[in-house]
Design a binder for this molecule. Structure first.
Ligand SMILES: [Zn+2]
Length: 380
């Protein structure tokens, strides 16, 4: 007779998370644009579990800080907003800090994390881009394509941390545009994941397989609450991308792309699911044994680009029957993110989905400006 003495760790339940979240998320940072001035006072007020350090300044002299906590062996590096206008990861990270400070009925999981992990977080790598609401930094550099050249000071700060900290796992937090969709019904890709390739052949190295397992673990939890809205980002190798290179250097790097949820233009629903994903990804590192294989990573459907902000169906454009697809352009005006309508497609859009679908508009649009004007008058 044999005995199995392996005691498996309890898995977190989605209902417990849904209960905890509304009363405890970080409600001081909401909306699409998050800037350094909003997060500094929160960092200053974190409790004694956290150690906050200034690690540099941006070209426009804004502080870049890191936050360190946990006394375990597994080292986890998380950075957010390397693209300044992608704030969901930052909001989710501060939700996670609240979880560490006041886990309530989820204390068991919080303690597992603090006892097994050491976390180093950089909550806004590109504060200048955040202020200006741009993807790039103040010098026009895309930090996610600067890993080899290291032209930007922000890129050097991140790599210095990486090499000094030597993490076992990295979480690279981004936002993706509304256009990304998943599956036959073209639902919005609310969350997409990637275990980046280390080479052109997209080889399945041991490290990459481990990254895939983190994603399998997150997907298993998330598919209970947003089924059909989780996608897999293309694993084409980008020689200058951060994740691909970090993975190649031996640091398992999970890419999380927060995307659209119907009606949620401020990405407040999305940030909740991003927090769930991040928390589950970290819990995976405590109990990697609960994911036995990486194969179901490949069952996550590919991201496609079949989602628009608005579709006007069966309208007339220059006398011809057609559909019109609108994509919003995000513009910062008076410190507010505005969503300007822009015609993206004039064609049969039967294979597309949208946040709003308006059928049979009785107007013959003469030109693109007509369409934009009509939307404005209808307050859409
Ligand atoms: Zn990004």
């Amino acid at each position: 007779m044999s005995f199995n003495y392996i005691c498996k760790m309890k898995q977190i339940e989605i209902e417990e998370l849904e209960n905890w979240y509304p009363k405890n998320y970080q409600n001081k940072i909401v909306g699409r644009r998050v800037i350094i001035g909003q997060i500094i006072p929160i960092m200053d007020n974190l409790n004694s579990l956290f150690k906050v350090n200034k690690i540099g300044v941006s070209p426009l002299k804004k502080e870049i800080r890191n936050i360190i906590f946990g006394k375990g062996k597994t080292k986890i590096l998380i950075w957010t907003q390397m693209h300044g206008n992608e704030s969901s990861g930052t909001k989710a990270l501060f939700d996670f800090f609240n979880f560490i400070e006041r886990p309530g009925q989820l204390t068991y999981f919080r303690d597992k994390i603090l006892n097994n992990c050491k976390l180093l977080c950089v909550p806004m790598l590109n504060p200048d881009g955040a202020e200006a609401y741009t993807r790039v930094n103040s010098g026009g550099i895309d930090l996610n394509r600067d890993v080899i050249d290291k032209k930007a000071i922000e890129s050097r700060i991140l790599q210095d941390i990486l090499l000094e900290f030597q993490p076992d796992y990295c979480f690279n937090m981004h936002d993706q545009r509304t256009i990304f969709s998943v599956g036959k019904n073209n639902k919005p890709a609310t969350l997409s994941f990637l275990a980046p390739s280390e080479d052109k052949e997209r080889s399945l190295t041991d490290g990459r397989i481990e990254t895939m397992k983190v994603i399998v673990s997150m997907n298993n939890l998330l598919k209970k609450c947003i089924p059909g809205q989780i996608g897999r980002y293309t694993d084409e190798f980008y020689p200058t991308a951060t994740g691909d290179n970090f993975q190649k250097m031996g640091f398992n790097t999970v890419l999380i792309e927060s995307g659209h949820y119907k009606g949620d233009y401020q990405r407040e629903i999305t940030r909740k699911y991003t927090f769930f994903a991040l928390l589950q990804g970290i819990l995976y590192t405590v109990d990697a044994g609960h994911v036995e294989d990486h194969q179901s990573y490949f069952e996550i459907p590919d991201n496609e680009k079949k989602y628009l902000d608005i579709i006007l169906k069966n309208v007339k454009y220059q006398g011809k029957k057609s559909d019109i697809g609108i994509l919003y352009e995000e513009k910062l005006r008076n410190n507010e993110v505005c969503f300007d309508s822009k015609v993206d497609k004039i064609e049969d859009l039967a294979n597309y989905n949208a946040d709003k679908i308006i059928d049979k508009v009785e107007v013959n649009f003469r030109n693109l400006a007509d369409v934009v004007e009509w939307l404005k008058n209808k307050n859409i």
